[in-house]
Design a protein around this ligand. Sequence first.
Ligand SMILES: [Zn+2]
Length: 338
Amino acid sequence: MALYADLHRHLGGSVVPRVLWRYFKRRDREMAQRFPEYPEFEEFYTRERNTLDEYLELHTLVEGVQTPETLPYFIYRLIRGAYIFENLAYLELRYTPYLRTDERLSQNERLDQMAEIVEIVGKASQVPEYPIVTRQILCMHSRLPHDVNRAIAKLAAQMPEYVCAIDVAGGDAHYADRLDEFTRLYEWARSQNIKTTGHLYETPDGCYPELLPYLMRIGHGIQIPLLRPELLPEIARRGQCLEVCPTTYLKTGTLDDLHQLKTVFDRCFEAGVDIAICTDNAGLHNVRLPFEYENLLTQDVIDFAQLQACQDAAFRHAFAWPHPQRPESLLTEALGAS
Ligand SMILES: [Zn+2]
């Protein structure tokens, strides 16, 4: 049995359509009336969008139902599916804790409530019958005020038992005017030994070379090999890894065809830049990690040796995988020794 690591998965996009539809049927009369039958809901939820912004709007649908009360319900199902269907040994789950707090509270009260959310997510992720090593990445958000983003970064420093890193999410085109702000937050995070990743170079409108030195991994980053391949040697020197999420680019209209990723993989391999293949929004896409792998193989984007290299890279660049090796090698050793 091979065991995998997913380094880039959003809590909001991790709910598979059937779990969400069942939830609406039980708890949300308006949505239940809008989608009385499952197939229409699946079509609505998983169809391709024209832009990244349109696609991100769907996250708000799920964020709205992921409250302190319901989070354990959704996370239990996420962990169960990840263990049974995806063979995950390691998962970094990311989200913006502020967006799971109670909207009726004041901003300060919501900031206080964030620690409670992190604890709920952390505890719900530990399911003894489905043992996956999980950590949280807290996402600062391109549309949230500076004070909130600063509180998110601080919270990451305060809760290392649950949180392994910070990120910036919310569409890479939207923080062009606030680069200084995010650069300073990342600089501070690094000074506190908080690990860092960030959504950038996902679309042609989100290319910010000034942020790169502060990131340990790059969320997407596909526009680097596509548009700025001259940056690759520097990325390789810094040991940064790209978190490539193939299905996302089709769902957001960033790429027309999966085969366009061949250039991304080829140029990165040639330059010695590691790639971890990730799902981003496995539920929203209804595409789980093994199918991301399979799609890349069947469409000749990568071969089996390259897949193995990417799977190894995922464990090597994991922020909190506790062993020097992949679980597969641990298992092989154990079987060989018996
Ligand atoms: Zn993402």
